[in-house]
Design a protein around this ligand. Structure first.
Ligand SMILES: CC(C)(COP(=O)(O)OP(=O)(O)OC[C@H]1O[C@@H](n2cnc3c(N)ncnc32)[C@H](O)[C@@H]1OP(=O)(O)O)[C@@H](O)C(=O)NCCC(=O)NCCS
Length: 157
């Protein structure tokens, strides 16, 4: 039985393990900072009390949302936990009437691209050498409010 709940500081060690397993290559200290800035955007999924996934979603200055990180423990992949926890973050954005959500994904991360496409994200452009190893990122966006008209196209700010 999977339960999704908000992140608590005691979860940090396990979240870092899952991030490392998922090769996210982000500074874990940023996770702690973001948990303070956006406490209602950081969720973990538990399986019988053990954390098996997390998502960090944040607000951008222009009022858009951003998926900053998501990962599922290897032992629990392909069980729809990724899609459930991402949907949870999207629901929270919808509740706040956030017009759109964006994210960056490595051009070689096909699993992540698939799951985002399944959730309705569309490819908007490429960000060259976005990652520290020189790999490009694909910028993906999903519009949440029907009436929202984007005033930029494919721009990354
Ligand atoms: C990407 C990731 C979060 C997916 O989590 P997951 O719980 O395994 O995904 P789900 O079971 O919810 O998959 C939902 C759908 O996404 C797609 N998908 C997920 N993993 C996939 C894979 N390895 N290959 C192809 N499609 C995949 C499928 O369409 C899948 O539906 P299906 O199982 O009915 O075919 C997980 O693989 C992961 O943690 N990867 C490492 C970290 C990472 O890359 N994070 C994203 C950084 S941008």
């Amino acid at each position: 039985m999977i339960r999704i709940r908000c992140f608590q500081s005691d979860d940090f060690k396990r979240v870092v393990e899952i991030a490392e397993e998922g090769k996210l290559n982000q500074d874990p200290m940023i996770y702690l900072e973001l948990s303070k800035l956006f406490p209602d955007g950081f969720f973990v999924a538990e399986d019988r009390g053990v954390i098996v996934a997390f998502v960090i979603s944040i607000m951008m200055l222009d009022g858009g949302g951003r998926i900053f990180a998501v990962a599922v423990s290897k032992s629990h992949r392909r069980r729809k936990i990724g899609i459930s926890i991402l949907n949870h973050a999207l629901e929270e954005f919808r509740r706040k009437r956030v017009p759109y959500v964006q994210l960056e994904v490595r051009v070689d991360n096909f699993a992540a691209q698939k799951i985002y496409e399944k959730l309705g994200f569309e490819k908007e452009g490429i960000i060259p050498a976005y990652y520290s190893d020189g790999t490009d990122a694909i910028l993906m966006k999903k519009y949440l409010q029907q009436s929202f008209q984007p005033h930029t196209s494919g721009m990354y700010v």
